[in-house]
Design a protein around this ligand. Structure first.
Ligand code: SF4
Length: 340
């Protein structure tokens, strides 16, 4: 799928290609956790252990060219899948192998916590969000099932351009839709989609989110002066998807996004906080449950969750690995329950 030049460029940036269309890269927070600098916001919000997380994608291609994407276009943008389809087993085993290899250097680092380093060799969570659009992988549900069989929890982020792929998902630990703008005009400007019916695709994806049994989250990436407006538009989209969580996160002026945006477009944590408080005033059913200043992000929880923000991992695997359907409240808890 990628040319030799593209692969070489990715390797320089510490990505590792896996098979024909997948890739891994160690997240900065995984490294931070290993060297005693703390975990990511998903550790604080939901209990994901950053040092046992593998960041990856099962599809390098994407149907959007979002201006705020700091990863840029690592592979050609395209609407439809073409080329070979690697097997889920192959993707998982090779990804874990490459991820462990990328962490090898931490074994000899004085600042590394040796117990955590040992644990890091056992992947317990996968963040399907690295680059491209992981949900586009034709066997996405089989891939999720295989991860669950290995007691690896799954988070997947989509830009909502493939509702037909969402329909394939039976179980997932937490499912994300990135809502990048409050209305159709702004979404076209910010996401620069390839699909002419991009907005209808988003709406259909939100409808599917509302019907989902598993934990759901809408992610808003706030770009100062660009999408921090039209509260009524956000309210409408959020209520349409009715997610269990909303993450409001500040845009970071790094990587490829610097081509389209300025430093001034990056809000301070206090500005993300102000926006979130204004948003909450227009939403009846959400409250702030946590925040992570270093990542400039706040987490809102739906009142039906009764503040049960954490994932009960043993419960989740017990359900999904016995052919059950994981229902949000059946595997949510108000206490952190590590997956180890
Ligand atoms: S959950 Fe996300 S932010 Fe946290 S360690 Fe994994 S990839 Fe990084």
């Amino acid at each position: 799928m990628l040319s030799k030049v593209q692969i070489a460029e990715l390797e320089k940036q510490q990505y590792r290609m896996v098979g024909d269309h997948s890739a891994v890269k160690v997240c900065g927070w995984t490294k931070n956790m290993l060297t005693g600098k703390g975990g990511c916001y998903k550790y604080k919000f939901y209990g994901i252990r950053s040092h046992q997380c593998m960041q990856m994608t099962s599809s390098m291609h994407c149907a959007n060219r979002c201006t705020f994407c700091w990863r840029g276009e690592k592979a050609p943008v395209q609407k439809k899948w073409n080329g070979v389809v690697d097997s889920p087993d192959e993707i998982i085993e090779l990804s874990k192998k490459e991820h462990t290899k990328l962490l090898l250097g931490y074994g000899g680092n004085d600042k590394t916590n040796s117990m955590m380093y040992k644990q890091s060799k056992e992947v317990r969570h996968v963040a399907l969000s690295l680059t491209g659009e992981p949900i586009a992988y034709p066997k996405i549900n089989e891939l999720l099932e295989k991860f669950h069989q290995q007691k690896i929890s799954t988070f997947l982020v989509t830009n909502a351009q493939y509702p037909e792929q969402i329909e394939k998902i039976k179980n997932i630990t937490q499912f994300y839709i990135s809502v990048d703008a409050p209305n159709k005009v702004k979404l076209k400007e910010i996401d620069r989609p390839l699909f002419p019916d991009f907005y209808e695709r988003l709406l259909k994806s939100l409808d599917l989110m509302k019907q989902a049994t598993y934990r759901t989250c809408i992610r808003l990436t706030l770009i100062k002066g660009q999408n921090d407006l039209d509260m009524a538009g956000y309210k409408q989209l959020i209520e349409r998807g009715s997610p269990d969580f909303i993450e409001v996160k500040g845009y970071m002026h790094v990587g490829a996004s610097r081509k389209y945006l300025e430093r001034e477009n990056m809000p301070m944590h206090s500005e993300v906080d102000d926006f979130t408080k204004e948003l909450i005033e227009s939403l009846d059913d959400y409250e702030i449950v946590s925040e992570h200043t270093a990542s400039r992000v706040l987490c809102l929880i739906h009142k039906r969750m009764n503040k049960q923000q954490y994932i009960d991992f043993p419960k989740f695997f017990e359900i999904v690995n016995n052919d059950g359907i994981a229902k949000t409240l059946d595997y949510s808890s108000d206490k952190m329950t590590p997956n180890c």
